[in-house]
Design a protein around this ligand. Sequence first.
Ligand code: NAD
Length: 417
Amino acid sequence: MAGKVNPYEEMKKMVDKAGKTLCIDPGMVEVLKSPKRELTVNFPVKMDDGSVRVLTGYRVQHNEARGPFKGGIRYHPQVDIDEVRALASWMTWKTAVVDIPYGGAKGGIICNPKTMSVGEIERMTRRYASEISIIIGPTKDIPAPDVNTSGREMAWIMDTFSMHVGFACPGVITGKPKEIGGSLGRPEATSRGLVFCVREAAKKTGMNLKGATVAIQGYGNVGAFAHKLIERDFGCKVIAVSDSQGGIVSEKALRYDEVWAHKQKTGAVKNFPGTKPISNEALLELKVDILLPCALENVITKENAGKIKAKISGEGANGPTTFEADAILAKNGVLVLPDILANAGGVTVSYFEWVQNNYNFYWTEDEVNQKLDSVITKAFHEVWDMHEKHKCNMRDAAYLVAVKRVADATRTRGFYP
Ligand code: NAD
């Protein structure tokens, strides 16, 4: 996933840049860039054939100046410590941009769950949860799902942690199934936050969303729900979508219900009737009003940034645009809605889930969605105002908002001892 660009180095460049604009002391910038705690665990898992494999996992806790650590757990063969560090720090900036009282963390296991049985995944998950239980907890560090983990894994982690402490502890993790304290509205929350940002950007730029053309890269949790919501709530015309097996493009609108049913039936979006195939690279360069990269890191680079024709690029994925590509997009007038703002809907509703768990008092889906709208809309306008004040792009503006909040909190707490 990390590709040729090291995402941790990319993150540090962004913080250096924000630190300079905000005239933050270099020592403080070092504090803001450095992960506070990194745990590596090598642990045994019994496989179905009776053999034992030793797997490696991480939990990186980047910063807790504004509240407990928060961030997902990823299962992927290409997980590495720098990727986890970058993802952990993006969580610090994301929770600060939307002003929810959390810090940032991330975890991962180097594994390929697609080649493992459900039993092997469960034993791996429970042992990893047990290994990291020394640093997680409902007041310390609250994990959540990420790539290749879902409500099922969150339930096992909640159960394992609860067995350790001796009582049911739903607040240790978010993204749980709703039978054990998951929040209504969580599955669609990241995409809902993304389309709220697109809505506000359209108002600012005078774009009429009804009939606006859209291309979506990635058709998983974030991409598919973004298709559903942008079509249903704003009348946009989605003309291209893709997944890891390739993309499809059409002159007519692709209907969410039909494409989703096709993907459920065949396992991919390709070969959807009445469409032409398109590669993932070519999809990014289509002449559309709105591009939504919702798959992987580093897909918009200095090589292809000059060919992006969309007016708005809303980042559902974490880190889809490299540092150098950003400057090219800004020069060409592409309005980028940066990941730490545009995909913060997921962690915002995770925060709502944790609040509901801690209070043992649950909200309706409408309440969740309305509260999400207020948080994301407020954050969008704070970032927009910073973008106008400093005449910088939206990513730089989002980092200015976030880095200032975390630096202020750190300064207010002071350095112990
Ligand atoms: P997912 O596993 O549900 O879906 C990923 C999608 O990307 C799948 O359709 C997959 O086929 C596709 N994909 C994989 N490789 C691809 C490639 N080379 N080209 C095009 N498509 C490819 O994951 P998700 O939860 O939708 O997450 C997607 C991105 O959004 C990740 O960067 C993740 O970190 C980020 N994100 C997710 C959430 C969330 O709540 N799920 C929140 C914030 C950010």
